[in-house]
Design a protein around this ligand. Structure first.
Ligand code: BTN
Length: 321
């Protein structure tokens, strides 16, 4: 049926059942059946006697076929698996990675029933409201360098969403994306490695797109593209823009010998944590002033006694912005 869809897509106007059948070497009955299935999936196809079929532009279709169409990347998302419901896209992608899935493999779900956030938290992932996806990277780097990929994914996602929606996107170190001070994207990066070598990294990205409301305990700190703009967004162009930006930044990272330095300036500009007083939460929490982000993606802070310290993303979290 997707071959019928491809033909209709290529055609401006109507295409007769006979012509479709001829081009695909299938019967008119098979054409009719394919049209029926496409309609069941939500494609609007107009049928007019003596003229044939015409595809009305699909508005908000969000499925594997749609997501694969028009994606301008070489690697990211080229191997794509879409699920209507999963426990967590990170979990599913991990299984695929362990059985040899290639770099750039994307798992995306309409709904997650056990979406995971950082620090063991739950990530609410309802149907029709957001983008819940995980991307597989296989960089040849040492495990201690992998945390910059978290920053890279955050930067790329922020840039892509700002370009697509016109809404301002800021980053709370290491990779929460904020819009007008509220969290709009969360990223959960997980890694499989041995002592000196990373096997793979999973970047799990959750974007609140059309969420209409949040529970009271989250309403002050979480938001969605819809709540910030009053507009309902189609998710496919957003997924494409994020993947294309990640590919661009990942390539720059690899080309520069696995260095985040090439992206540091762009990251600094968006980072709201920089030059702020923050609470470094860990075993013994303390207050500090953020001096800089290092080329390794760490936070350089000055404590109240004047001493400086480097804060690693995996170790602590930051409160205060
Ligand atoms: C955070 O706590 O800020 C991180 C949230 C990450 C959520 C995404 S949604 C897609 C992927 N699958 C998951 O289970 N979690 C991540």
């Amino acid at each position: 049926m997707y071959r019928v869809l491809a033909l209709l897509r290529q055609t401006d106007g109507f295409l007769s059942g006979e012509e479709i059948g001829k081009q695909l070497s299938i019967s008119r009955a098979a054409v009719w059946k394919a049209i029926g299935k496409l309609r069941e999936e939500g494609y609007e196809i107009e049928a007019v006697t003596k003229k044939g079929y015409r595809l009305c532009t699909p508005q908000n279709l969000y499925n594997e076929q749609e997501l694969k169409t028009g994606l301008q990347t070489k690697v990211m998302g080229q191997n794509l698996a879409f699920f209507t419901e999963l426990d967590s896209t990170n979990n599913r992608l991990r299984e695929l990675a362990l059985t040899g899935a290639p770099e750039g493999t994307l798992v995306i779900a309409e709904k997650q029933n056990a979406g995971r956030g950082r620090r063991g938290r739950v990530w609410t992932s309802e149907a029709d409201s957001g983008i819940w996806m995980s991307l597989l990277l296989r960089p040849e780097i040492a495990p201690e360098k992998a945390s910059v990929l978290t920053l890279l994914a955050g930067l790329a996602t922020a840039e892509a969403l700002e370009a697509e929606t016109g809404l301002p996107m800021e980053i709370k170190w290491p990779n929460d994306i904020l819009c007008h001070g509220k969290k709009i994207v969360g990223i959960l990066t997980e890694m499989d490695c041995e002592m000196t070598q990373v096997h793979f990294v999973i970047a799990g990205i959750g974007i609140n797109v059309n969420t209409k409301s949040f529970p009271p305990e989250l309403a002050d700190i979480a938001t969605s593209l819809y709540l910030e703009s009053g507009k309902v967004f189609s998710r496919k162009p957003l997924v494409h823009a994020v993947l294309e930006k990640i590919e661009q930044h990942y390539q720059a990272f690899l080309d520069s010998g696995n260095s985040f330095a090439v992206l540091l300036e762009a990251y600094r500009k968006r980072c709201v944590t920089l030059h702020k007083q923050v609470q470094v939460l860990g075993q013994s929490p303390y207050t500090a002033y953020v001096l800089d982000i290092t080329p390794e993606g760490e936070l350089l802070v000055q404590k109240e006694d004047g001493t400086q310290e480097v804060v690693y993303s995996g170790e602590v979290s930051i409160r205060g912005v």
